[in-house]
Design a protein around this ligand. Sequence first.
Ligand SMILES: [Zn+2]
Length: 156
Amino acid sequence: MKDKKLPLDRTTLNDLASILNATSSDSFLDICPIFLRDKIINKELSICETCDTFFKYIPQKKFCAECARKRNNASSAAGNRKYYEKNKEKILAQNRKYLQENPEKIKAIRRKYREKNPEKIKEIRRKYLEENREKINARERARYHAKKKLERDKNE
Ligand SMILES: [Zn+2]
């Protein structure tokens, strides 16, 4: 069964509950559409804790597919960040090792990327040149003078 939206949203149901002065913890069930209520009591269906979707009952399952996916993404992104912070050196070392051991593979991937994104790369290069003009000019000058010096030394 695919997850389905409640015929009434949870806010409306909660408003109804407050109008009815329902205070018990199952007030939601009291005002839930009857066909859903029976299914929830029979543990055929559950209602998502964070939205108005109901889904097939599975023990411990509290969220619809959509909300579960969102929660997983959020927590796994946080987990990844934490793992990276903790193992930064190890990960960087692994990356370096991988780069050294697979130069052909990396070259192929980069070539493919360049072929697919020429505009993006032009833009990155332009930005880099703009932001590092001083550095690049200095390097050019140094190279020029080194070459000149080499020629002079040779002629002496
Ligand atoms: Zn949900």
